[in-house]
Design a protein around this ligand. Sequence first.
Ligand SMILES: [Zn+2]
Length: 272
Amino acid sequence: MDRMNIPVVNEMTIRAMEDMTFFTHALIFDDLLIVAQKETNCFVLKTSEGLIVIDAIWPRKEAFDAIVRAIKDVGWNPDYIKKLVLTHGHVDHTGCGRWLVEKYHVETYLSEVDDIYWKEHPVKGDRPETWKDYEISVYIEDGDTITLGDKVIHVYGTPGHTPGGLSYIFPVKEGGEVHMAALWGGTTPPWTGDGVQIYLKSLDYFLGEAKREKVDVALSNHTSVDNGLERIAYSKRRMAYMPNIYIIGQTGFQNYCQVFRTLSNKMLARLR
Ligand SMILES: [Zn+2]
């Protein structure tokens, strides 16, 4: 049987990032919630001292409302959202952070390089409603950790998709068992040969770190690269005897990242 080895990413994928008519969510670990619209998603990590939101979808109130609704739906309290951690300075991830800052006074985290990049290179240059609209409280970089209560998020500098892009590794729990989850922050390779080389170097580095940390859970912030919507649908109605589809094993994680290498090779061929 034929299997896909490269995800479908096209014009429609990009357009769908602004579709606010559809949201879905699932509790994929005891302490990790995923909230998605059609193409992008965020995560909410529960700690003993409150909630950490990782990425914030699109800058629309509907996205903020969907995140809050999902948190309530799984029985958590949005009043305990303490931090917003961003992977990179693109509008489909900085998203609705402004409302999180206004309503919950969250501390925000991003690299300084991408904070400047976000301000100076808006993705939609002709549309002010998508421009940088909130401040970053803490600049983070490779080697840093973000701690809240019993959870520590490890920060990795993985430039390429954006100049100051970050990726994260953190523990998640299911039924008392701890797994290590990794989120590759910037999904697609950039449109220059040099950029792709930087991206691939970051990928090698992150794969090495993931191996060292025994990562066995693959997370993505774009549903198009990991059958994200199907994984959420499965997780919502998953029965107790069924496996957690996000736990793919250490080799599985390395295989998952091969997708990003394939995308890079495709980009390099296109640029030649
Ligand atoms: Zn991006």
